[in-house]
Design a protein around this ligand. Structure first.
Ligand SMILES: *Cc1c(COP(=O)(O)O)cnc(C)c1O
Length: 365
């Protein structure tokens, strides 16, 4: 059951918001995911009733029964997107309709009720409006929005829950890289896979992240920033990083990226990169890329650059690739020119500094 095409949000302003002086101090160097705004959105769902009790209220702890289904069987999904201060002083979100569509697909995969696109978008506009003073003013910062939903029914039986809670929280974030974009090193894990065919790889669910934490820890132990997963069947083809999709720039300037076959997350940044590259006259091949092709391509110069992309860091060059068989670098291990040009094009559209040929920028204020 989907329901809730439009919801009436009851607005209950926080009676004790953070003072302007405290907020300004928090916004100086917020980092990522540590500072939160004064409000949150909550919407309840019950089987037979649909979505109800939509509210914007003071951000506060939620009480959760120890038998809530999510604590046992992990029926949970989330999204992540950003609101930006635009060059003209207004506020906009980047492609929130795509997040709404993906949230609905994730819900379907996890046997959860779908929230309408209209209600999802409205929930984002409501929290941006009430917490607009929390959006960093500087060129690098943004307000990270985290919509999520979980099974709140108090029941230990194994079946899709009959009650859910949808929330949106907001977190001002600074530049992902202090001191400019730096290439990351990645660890090709021999021990773990992220998603198998038929699994939940294409759904944005907390469970995928829980299952990836050991692999990420292994990457850190091996001196790398991030883990790169190979496919679960042949252990040969590059899937993605723990939370970012991967692209390769070939010698002729065309791009190469693994296809969406159900085991990788369909990133909105990935889709945006494809559309921007094609508009610039680059061909984008979506096909399996083996780790051997990457290693040999880096050695021969056939693969000239590699980068990872996702909402949090936008586009990140990949410098060094390490595995138990040894390591190699892509070109000189630095930030490639095609990578950085695509990054700039995307960020300029997001910030309202460049024309928006695809209608991606969604004005809120
Ligand atoms: C969210 C996510 C991405 C990136 O998606 P964007 O829509 O570009 O932010 C990539 N991989 C995984 C596993 C993710 O969860």
């Amino acid at each position: 059951m989907s329901g809730g095409d439009n919801l009436d949000f009851e607005i209950r302003p926080n009676p004790a918001p953070v003072t302007a002086a405290e907020r300004d101090a928090l916004l100086v160097n917020p980092g990522f995911g540590r500072v939160f705004t004064d409000h949150m959105v909550t919407v309840r769902y019950a089987d037979g009733k649909g979505w109800y009790d939509a509210r914007v209220e003071a951000r506060a702890p939620i009480s959760i029964d120890p038998a809530s289904a999510v604590l046992h069987y992990a029926q949970e999904i989330f999204e992540g997107l950003k609101a930006y201060k635009m060059a003209d002083g207004g506020v906009a979100m980047f492609r929130p309709d795509a997040n709404a569509a993906r949230f609905a697909q994730s819900a379907q995969r996890m046997a959860m009720p779908q929230l309408s696109q209209a209600a999802f978008l409205q929930s984002l506009r409501e929290i941006i409006r009430i917490d607009q003073d929390w959006i960093p003013q500087n060129d690098e910062g943004s307000l990270y929005l985290r919509p999520f939903a979980y099974a709140s029914e108090v029941f230990l039986g194994v079946r899709p829950a009959l009650e859910y809670l949808y929330l949106v929280i907001a977190s001002p974030v600074g530049a992902y890289f202090s001191g400019g974009v730096k290439p990351v090193s990645v660890w090709v894990t021999p021990d773990f896979t992220r998603a198998a065919p038929g699994g939940t790889g294409a759904a944005k669910c907390g469970g995928n992240y829980a299952a990836g934490l050991s692999a990420q820890a292994e990457a850190i132990e091996n001196g790398c920033d991030q883990v790169v997963y190979l496919d679960a069947v042949e252990r040969k083809y590059v899937d993605e990083l723990g939370g970012m999709n991967v692209f390769f720039v070939q010698a002729d300037g065309n791009l190469l990226t693994p296809p969406l076959t159900g085991t990788i997350l369909p990133g909105i940044t990935r889709d945006s990169v494809i559309k921007l590259a094609e508009r610039a006259g680059r061909r984008v091949e979506e096909r399996p890329v083996s780790i051997d092709e990457w290693r040999e391509g880096a050695a021969s110069g056939q693969i000239r650059e590699a980068f990872a992309c996702g909402t949090a860091a936008v586009i990140t060059p990949i410098g060094t690739v390490k595995s138990p068989e040894g390591s190699f670098t892509v070109a000189d291990g630095g930030s490639g020119s095609v990578t950085m040009a695509i990054r700039k094009e995307l960020v300029d559209i997001q910030r309202g500094r460049a024309a928006d040929p695809f209608g991606w920028v969604h004005r809120v204020l």
